[in-house]
Structure formats: structure tokens, C-alpha cells
Ligand binder design. Structure first.
Ligand code: ADP
Ligand code: MG
Length: 729
């Protein structure tokens, strides 16, 4: 083995678990200690300010500058007691991560001394030099200003010596430049529309909240091996590497015992997470070797999104201490499963009702079915944009590739709920609507058991599955910001509910009884949305044909999938819900196309470089040693014997020549294709060109390199192999 690689592998396999000092306290004793949560607020804010702020958090009432000043003073006092010296507005630009710029609390006193200051205006608003964040042309250089503005609904927290204040990020002219702004708008829209719908059933419902429980999959690799893989470092995935003889075929990793080194990392991560108020609940091995999952208890969606971004950040930092690197990429290794992020989503009311919970009664009530059917209708109508909301250059490796879910959005309900909907479609309101002794309305269309979680065949191939008391949107990529999918879903459902409310109201105004009107519209929607319901195997080819026949979006090219955002009905949906203006939608698509192009461009460059600088020189060197051997054989043996002895070697020499030649040729063609694509100015067309003409070379080049990996002397091979990367001990 090449001495460097051998050294790295040996080191990777000899790491002992980093001993993490076990906290002596119970989790509940330190949970949230680094968060300016309600508990801290009640201690550091006056009663009056506390009341106003919590009202703003619960009901979205605006906060004025005076209140911001009071809060800033309280926050500063708390933060300084915690040893904090800096603060930052923490926001989510349209990139993969979060952004922050730290400022110290210090101000000069004028006597050569400093004092710590943190005023309300610094809490409320900042003007970061944001000209280098993607904006899709919204910020021309002459109006390059962007503002961050405090989001009081997500509590400030401390990382290291810095107070982090969650903020939105908008342009000088008020357009959203981030993920959080449209998310907050969509949450307000779904609250408003769903609350209106709830009033048909229970007038005491004043607020509907969207909830999210994400499940985060990720890979761990040893830090030093990672550093020896330029492709992992620069693109997040391996662009080459022959499958390990053993990978996941024995199905021995999923839920298996967690390696000690990994367990130490997880404990450390949880400890850090708990201090930050992250309700981390579940940890386990995933299907692929070195693949793991982490899931918290679900929370209000905005908070859950922040917590997901925060945990991804914390994971990277904690991993460092354990000599690991966390891979968030959707497909770091070919041939084994990739990583996703299941988004468990539900709506719940201020009265404590989960609108997707069938309830304790044997007969499900009409409210549950109303929300269920409207969600199906929203997913049906907006299936293309929901897909676009999760589409990316990296997620493309999972969706529509040989791994589920497919690049088609469909919804899974399970046998029992499907039966309920079928009965609903077939029945009249007189048979189906019943009132119980208390006058509560029930829908008498069959059994809706309370705990379907345990007894439904949980279809793992469905991208949008009902799992008992929530929908599970499974197509999200592991590296994605959940906000994109959650914005699309909540907006679509909000728009759908607005339409539903209008139709019901129209019928009531025409003299129909409320229950009958509700029933009639729900039944109609159940029928209309039927094409989105699919309980079969989403992986099979028949489904693709069937989905097409049903009119579902089957587009597989990511840059083209983004077009869904600009369809007239989608623009109307987002604008009418007040979530994104047409200008914002166009700008964001520009960013999406540009990002797509850049990711593929970087991969193409790295692949070209590795092929030419790492692989071909080594393959040629090995080939030369074979040639050398052949010459020596020739000089030693008489022709007949020589021919026998050298035949295999000559064959190998030619094989190497063929692979090397193929790699060289295709790298050349790929570079040419890139040059052509680079000349295209239109961002969409450029992304399409990268997708259609550059990316297809990746697999072909890789195929030949992976063949060489099997032939070339193991000692010479410069890159850590899959078998070395994928099995942490
Ligand atoms: P599984 O892997 O079996 O799907 P997990 O326990 O890993 O389940 O994750 C389920 C996630 O769904 C958790 O984050 C959990 O808190 C969340 N969840 C449970 N109930 C709801 C709900 N009503 N709304 C939203 N999320 C929920
Ligand atoms: Mg799940």
C-alpha cells in the first residue's frame, strides 16, 4: 500500500473513542442552558416586556423599538453572565449553510477604555455587507444593501463566546434573500387559512401551528482519510471508488450496535445539542455502513428548521473533536444508500388538537378527513413545485436514480384510510354524517383507528406518506434547508384551504346546511385528488408509466424541474398567499440554476483533475512496471515460453491502456462540453446544458477509473478506497 495511504488507514483504524466527560447532571438540568428561552426571559426581562415578547412569539404581534431595547438589555445581561463577548445576526442565505458575522459588544468610552454595549437597534436590525450572497439579481450593486431583522419567534442562543440572534435577511426593497422569510410568511398563511377552516368545526380554535419533526441521516468518515480524498473535500461526495466487496448486502448495519467511537461522538453531540435546547430524541445506525440518523422531538416548524440548521453546524464542530468528518451529502458513496431528511409534518391547534390525528373515537370525524383530503388535494395540484422544492444537484443522486423515492411525488395512505376515502366517495351525506350524543359531528365512513403508526404497512418507497398522525415528506435531501420544502408545502396547503373555505361558504350562502356543504366539498376533493394516491411500490418502472398517465409531474432533470416555480398557477398560489412575489420567485430560480451549474462545474473540475493528476499517472506507472517485466521475460526466455508467460501481462497492459485512453478522451470531451456550456449566458439554459452535456460524463469516466482501481497495484493507489472509508471501528 502506498505508504501515505497505509499510514492514514492505520491511523483511522487505531483511533480509540474520545472520552467524553459524562455530564453529572440530568439532561433536564442543563437542557437549554445556552438559550435565551422563556425561562431566561422571565428572569432577565421586566414582567411587562416578558408579556409583550411572549405575545409576539405566540401571536405574531409586532414589537416596537422600545421593547427591542428592553429585550437587548436583558439578553446582554444574561449573555455576559455566560461569558459572552460577541453577538451575531444568524441567518439563512440561499446557500447550503447559515451565515454569521460576529461583532464584539465593546464600545469606546472616550477615555481610552471600553464598555460593553448592546442596544435595541442592534438586536432589531443589522446591515451586513451582504453583496456576495446569492440574490438572483435582486440586489444590483447600486442597491446592494441587505438587512437582517430579528425573528423573536426563534430564541437567541450562545455558541462559544457569541450570542446568536436568529434573523430574516431581506433586500433594501423588502424582497426575501433567505429561506426564513418565505417560511415565516407561509406559516402565517397556513395559520390563517386553517384557522378559518377549523371554525366550521370548533369556533374556539384561534390559531393553527405547523409542526416539523425532521430525521437527519448522515455519514461519518475518518478525518484523515477524508483529507486524502480531494473529491470528498471539495464536492462532498466520492466521484470515484470501486464498491467494497462487502457493503450493505448483509443488512448488518441498520439498527446494529453503534461503534464505540461513533457512540462517543453521538453522546458528545447530544450533550452540546441539549445545552442549545435541541430536543434530540433518537440515534441509530442507518442502512449503509457508516451511515447514521438523528431525530429530535418535533417542534413548531420555524423553530424546527432553525434547530436542524443548528444541529448540522454543531455536528461538524463536534465531529472534529472525534477525528470524524460528517458527510451531509445525499450520495457520498455509490452503491450504498444515500442520505435524506424525512420531514414529519402536521398541523395542530391552540386547543391542543392535532388536525391529522384521527382521534380516539372509532369513527373519524369530519375535521380530520377535511384536513387530510385538502392536503392530498394540495399535494396533487402542486406536486411539481413540491418536487422542485426539494430538487438539487446533490439530491438528484437519490431521486429518480436507483434509489427511492422516485422523482415523482405521490401520497401513501395505507389500506384503512384508503378504504375510508373510498367509502366517502361512494356515500351520500345522509348516510355519512352523524352526530353523537354531545352533538359532535362524525363521519361515519369506516374505522379510522387511532394508532395506525403500528399497523400500517409503512411504505418506505413513498415520498409523501401518512404515518398515523402526520405526513412524512421523505424526499428532502440530507444537506437541504428544510425551509424550502416546508414553505412549498405550507403555502400549497394554505392556498388549498382558502379555496375550500370559499367553496363551502358559497354553498352555505346558497342555503345549504354547513355539514352538508362541508361533506360535499370534501367528497369532491377526495375524488379529484385521487391520482396523487399511490400505495404501491414507488421503485418499479410500471409506476413511472402509470404516474405519467395520471398526469403527475415526471420530469427527471433538476434544472427543468425548477420551471415548476414559474408556472402561472404556482405563481398565483405563492403571490396570493403572500409568500413570494413574482419577482422573488424569478430571482430565486436564478439562484437555483446558478447553484446547480456551479455544483456540477466544481464536480467536473475535481473529477478532471483527479483523473489526470492522480489516477492516470499511477495507472501508467503500474503499466510501465508490467512492461518492464515483459521486457525482462523476453530477454530471459525462449519465444514459446515467453509467449506463455507474458500473455496475461500483455493483456493487462492493453486493458490499462484502454481504460486510460477512455478516461483521457472523456475528460477532454467533458472539458469541451464545459467550455460550450460556460458561454451560455441564460442561467436556466446554462444549467440545462450542464445537466445534459457535462454531467453525463461523470459516470463514464468513473466507470473506467473504478476498473483501473481493481487492476492497479494496491500499493500505488493514491486514494483511500471504499473499504477503508466505509468501516469505522
Ligand atoms: P421513524 O424513523 O420511524 O419515521 P422517528 O422516531 O425516527 O420515526 O421520527 C419521527 C419524527 O416524527 C420525530 O421527529 C417525531 O417527533 C416526529 N413526529 C411525531 N409526531 C408528529 C406530529 N404529529 N407532527 C410532526 N412530527 C411528528
Ligand atoms: Mg420516518
Amino acid at each position: 500500500m502506498s505508504s501515505l495511504r497505509f499510514h492514514l488507514v492505520k491511523e483511522a483504524f487505531s483511533h480509540t473513542p474520545v472520552c467524553v466527560k459524562a455530564p453529572e447532571k440530568r439532561t433536564s438540568d442543563y437542557f437549554g442552558m445556552n438559550v435565551f428561552n422563556r425561562d431566561k426571559m422571565s428572569k432577565y426581562l421586566s414582567k411587562e416586556t416578558f408579556k409583550i415578547v411572549t405575545d409576539a412569539i405566540d401571536n405574531g404581534t409586532p414589537l416596537n423599538r422600545d421593547i427591542a431595547s428592553h429585550v437587548a438589555a436583558g439578553m446582554k445581561m444574561w449573555a455576559m453572565e455566560m461569558g459572552v463577548t460577541h453577538y451575531t445576526h444568524w441567518f439563512h442565505p440561499l446557500t447550503d449553510g447559515t451565515a454569521e458575522k460576529h461583532d464584539s459588544f465593546i464600545e469606546l468610552t472616550g477615555k481610552g477604555l471600553v464598555t460593553e454595549e448592546f442596544e435595541g437597534k442592534l438586536l432589531a436590525q443589522q446591515e451586513p455587507d451582504a453583496s456576495s450572497f446569492p440574490s438572483g439579481g435582486i440586489r444590483n450593486t447600486f442597491e446592494a444593501r441587505g438587512y437582517t431583522a430579528w425573528d423573536p419567534s426563534s430564541p437567541a442562543f450562545i455558541v462559544d463566546d457569541t450570542l446568536c440572534i436568529p434573523t430574516i435577511f431581506i433586500s433594501y426593497t423588502g424582497e426575501a434573500l433567505d429561506y426564513k422569510t418565505p417560511l415565516l410568511r407561509s406559516l402565517a398563511a397556513v395559520d390563517k387559512a386553517a384557522t378559518e377552516t377549523c371554525r366550521y368545526f370548533d369556533p374556539s380554535i384561534k390559531k393553527v401551528q405547523s409542526n416539523l419533526g425532521w430525521e437527519q441521516e448522515y455519514f461519518l468518515v475518518d478525518d484523515s482519510l477524508y483529507c486524502a480524498r480531494p473529491d470528498l473535500m471539495l464536492t462532498g461526495r466520492t466521484l470515484m471508488g470501486h464498491e467494497s466487496a462487502k457493503n450493505q448486502q448483509l443488512e448488518d448495519h441498520y439498527f446494529g450496535s453503534i461503534p464505540a467511537r461513533v457512540a462517543a461522538f453521538m453522546k458528545d453531540l447530544e450533550f452540546e445539542g441539549y445545552k442549545l435546547g435541541l430536543p434530540l430524541k433518537t440515534r441509530h445506525n442507518e442502512v449503509a455502513p457508516n451511515q447514521f440518523e438523528l431525530a429530535p422531538i418535533y417542534e413548531e416548524t420555524n423553530l424546527a428548521v432553525d434547530h436542524n440548521l443548528l444541529v448540522m453546524d454543531v455536528m461538524h464542530r463536534v465531529a472534529k473533536r472525534h477525528n470524524f468528518k460528517v458527510l451531509m451529502h445525499e450520495k457520498p458513496f455509490a452503491g450504498v444508500n444515500g442520505s435524506g431528511k424525512h420531514n414529519n409534518w402536521s398541523l395542530s391547534t391552540n386547543t391542543g388538537v392535532n388536525l391529522f390525528s384521527p382521534g380516539k373515537t372509532a369513527e373519524g370525524n369530519l375535521m380530520f378527513v377535511t384536513f387530510l383530503v385538502n392536503t392530498l388535494m394540495a399535494v396533487y395540484k402542486y406536486n411539481a413545485v413540491l418536487k422542485a422544492s426539494i430538487a438539487s444537484a446533490t439530491n438528484e443522486h437519490r431521486l429518480g436514480a436507483n434509489e427511492a423515492p422516485p422523482a415523482i411525488i405521490s401520497a401513501f395512505l395505507g389500506t384503512q384510510l384508503t378504504q375510508v376515502l373510498e367509502k366517502l366517495e361512494a356515500s351520500t351525506s345522509d348516510e355519512a354524517i352523524k352526530f353523537d350524543a354531545k352533538g359532535v359531528l362524525h363521519l361515519n365512513v369506516g374505522q379510522i383507528p387511532e394508532l395506525m403508526i403500528d399497523n400500517t404497512d409503512r411504505n418506505r418507497t413513498s415520498p409523501f406518506a401518512f404515518t398515523g398522525n402526520r405526513f412524512e415528506f421523505r424526499a428532502i435531501g440530507s444537506s437541504a434547508n428544510c425551509a424550502s420544502a416546508m414553505t412549498a408545502l405550507n403555502s400549497a396547503v394554505a392556498a388549498q384551504l382558502v379555496e375550500f373555505n370559499a367553496e363551502v361558504d358559497k354553498r352555505i350562502a346558497a342555503g345549504e346546511k354547513k355539514e352538508k356543504a362541508l361533506f360535499a366539498v370534501v367528497r369532491e376533493y377526495a375524488k379529484q385528488s385521487k391520482p396523487i394516491r399511490f400505495d404501491g411500490n414507488g421503485y418499479c418502472d410500471e409506476w413511472k408509466a402509470e404516474a405519467k398517465a395520471r398526469g403527475l409531474d415526471c420530469e427527471v432533470s433538476v434544472p427543468v424541474q425548477y420551471d415548476a416555480y414559474l408556472k402561472p398557477e404556482v405563481v398565483k398560489m405563492f403571490t396570493s398567499m403572500g409568500v413570494l412575489s413574482e419577482k422573488e420567485l424569478h430571482a430565486r430560480n436564478e439562484v437555483k440554476w446558478e447553484t446547480y451549474t456551479k455544483k456540477i462545474q466544481i464536480e467536473a473540475r475535481v473529477l478532471g483533475d483527479l483523473a489526470m493528476n492522480h489516477i492516470i499517472p499511477v495507472a501508467t506507472r503500474y503499466q510501465s512496471s508490467l512492461l518492464d517485466n515483459v521486457y525482462k521475460l523476453k530477454s530471459l526466455y525462449e519465444p514459446a515460453k515467453f509467449e506463455r508467460l507474458a500473455a496475461e501481462k500483455l493483456h493487462l497492459i492493453e486493458e490499462i491502456e484502454a481504460y486510460v485512453d477512455a478516461v483521457q478522451t472523456m475528460v477532454g470531451l467533458m472539458i469541451e462540453a464545459r467550455k460550450v456550456a460556460n458561454r451560455i449566458e441564460n442561467e436556466r439554459e446554462k444549467a440545462v446544458a450542464y445537466h445534459d452535456t457535462v454531467a453525463p460524463y461523470f459516470e463514464k469516466i468513473r466507470y473506467n477509473i473504478d476498473k483501473l482501481e481493481l487492476i492497479v497495484d494496491n500499493e500505488m493507489w493514491p486514494l483511500p478506497k471504499y473499504r477503508e472509508l466505509l468501516f469505522i471501528r
